[in-house]
Write a protein that binds this ligand. Structure first.
Ligand code: ADP
Length: 491
């Protein structure tokens, strides 16, 4: 099969979170199985150009109709760790992708509407005929709309779309201006409830809703989150749309790229280790302490890696730092905040804790350091308010770093409480789970984990090994996505 992924991120060249990992990891898995995969991305100024091999111009003067005129683009081609990627560079005063950031600009909806249109123009003008166009999140929600309303009549009649939602919270809203810009026009038509009108704001078009309505199949990133989005609050207003389209909606758990996340071969950690050489993990703990100037101590090291925002349960993350200190454990945080208030708050904490030999807060995005933290920590906390899938707990498991998670979204599908899980045998359990969003719930789970570390080190080791034995690679999700592609291909 020939699959084109269209997305706003692809690790490691441009990554703000799990979306980037998924686009890369899934593409790799599909290629390993003999399928042809190409990835279409914007050409951002802030990409890791050192991670692209053989970047060259692949298509000049791509004419993308925009309002009543057109924007010309150059399309570059390069390889990101073996994956063939096309990067679209528009030449206009809008400077859509030269903003020094991936998201957060005032005109994000226009930037990504343009990208969606340009990606389809690129496929059409370069005569690419993929079987499947797989697009992701609100940024590419307009792709199926444009495909079925415009491009189907211009050479892309047989292409089918799979649309994956990684985060329902950000849906992409606009007014009618986007219709004029993209050539969809006809506001009455698109503002119908059955098409793109936001379910709550009658004056807004909702990109993600358009993606759901027009795609041939819609997935989200774990079975539990599919349920939460459909029936609970985490659809952020799109529950009814999912209900109407339930026959083409499902949850597929993300995978982890075990070539990137594998303590046996990880280039970023000083001591490689495996289940059989699990003691070498201790050496990484020592290396991590040395790197972050933490003291050598006979206590566990707990970490948090992730975006610092409300979704991630930032108040509980903050509490965990102080509770770890109270329990004499060490704590390492690697995180970045996009919200100014949270950013300030954690910079203040960082200053305050600067001389503490048991705590290190690293504020910013640091891929290399994240590997060492996964390898060096004993425990990883993921106290999210909601979590569509969550990769950090799965990476933690791979590195023998036991997760302490709140039972929500994909965390509930991947971590099974050592003491209380009812559905897994003791030998299949792999971490600690709590339910409520209050501090006591977190503390009680941390207490159990720290207690096991101190009092029953052999049991702790066993739990580490049980976690490492889990297969959260792309093997199973790869099969699931291929089934969906096959299913929609013959529609
Ligand atoms: P998200 O909601 O951000 O997509 P996920 O758990 O699905 O969360 O994925 C997070 C990914 O981003 C993981 O690969 C994690 O290691 C990485 N990550 C998050 N924050 C940072 C950071 N500050 N530095 C380095 N890597 C990070």
């Amino acid at each position: 099969m020939y699959i084109v992924q269209v997305a706003s991120e692809c690790a490691p060249v441009i990554k703000a979170g799990g979306l980037g990992d998924v686009v890369y990891g899934l593409s790799r898995e599909l290629e390993i199985r003999g399928h042809t995969v190409e990835i279409v991305l914007p050409k951002y100024d802030c990409m890791r150009y050192d991670q692209i091999w053989g970047l060259h111009e692949a298509y000049r003067d791509l004419r993308v109709p925009w309002y009543d005129a057109a924007i010309y683009c150059t399309v570059f081609c390069g390889w990101v760790h073996g994956r063939q990627c096309f990067f679209i560079e528009p030449h206009s005063q809008d400077n859509f992708f030269n903003r020094g950031c991936v998201y957060g600009a005032h005109d994000d909806y226009m930037r990504f509407a343009f990208f969606s249109k340009a990606a389809l123009e690129f496929l059409q003008q370069s005569s690419k005929k993929p079987d499947i166009i797989h697009c992701h999140d609100w940024q590419t929600g307009l792709i199926p709309v444009l495909l079925y309303e415009i491009y189907k009549h211009h050479g892309l009649a047989y292409q089918r779309v799979c649309y994956t939602i990684h985060n329902f919270k950000h849906q992409g809203m606009s007014g009618a201006d986007v219709l004029a810009a993209t050539g969809l026009n006809n506001p009455e038509y698109y503002f119908e409830y059955s098409r793109m009108r936001d379910n709550f704001n009658p004056f807004a078009l909702n990109f993600m809703k358009g993606g759901i309505v027009y795609s041939n199949f819609v997935t989200t990133v774990s079975p539990n989150h599919a349920w939460e989005a459909h029936y609970g609050e985490f659809g952020y207003g799109l529950g009814h749309t999912l209900e109407l389209h339930q026959n083409k909606f499902g949850g597929i758990l993300n995978g982890i790229d075990y070539d990137v996340w594998n303590p046996e071969v990880d280039r970023y950690i000083p001591y490689n280790y495996s289940q059989d050489k699990i003691d070498d993990k201790q050496k990484n703990k020592k290396a991590l302490r040395e790197r972050l100037l933490l003291r050598d101590s006979k206590h566990p090291l707990i970490c948090f890696i992730g975006r610092l925002d409300d979704q991630k349960g930032v108040h509980l993350v903050h509490h965990a730092i102080y509770y770890a200190m109270q329990r004499s454990a060490q704590f390492v945080l690697l995180g970045s905040a996009t919200e100014a208030g949270i950013n300030q708050w954690f910079w203040h904490e960082k200053d305050f804790l600067n001389d503490n030999p048991d705590v290190h807060l690293e504020l910013g995005f640091n891929e290399e350091l994240s590997h060492l933290i996964y390898a060096g920590a004993d425990l990883i906390i993921v106290p999210s308010n909601y979590e569509p899938c969550g990769l950090t707990q799965m990476i933690g498991l791979r590195y023998g770093t036991i997760p302490i998670v709140r039972c929500v979204g994909g965390l509930a599908n991947t971590v099974f409480d050592r003491d209380h899980d009812q559905t897994h045998l003791p030998k299949e359990r792999n971490g600690y789970v709590f339910y409520q969003t209050d501090q006591q719930a977190l503390e009680s789970a941390m207490d159990r984990a720290i207690g096991l570390w101190h009092s029953y080190p052999q049991e702790f080791r066993l739990l580490m090994k049980q976690g490492m034995a889990y297969d959260y690679s792309w093997k199973n999700p790869g099969t699931d996505y291929l089934k969906i592609y096959e299913f929609v291909r013959h529609k």
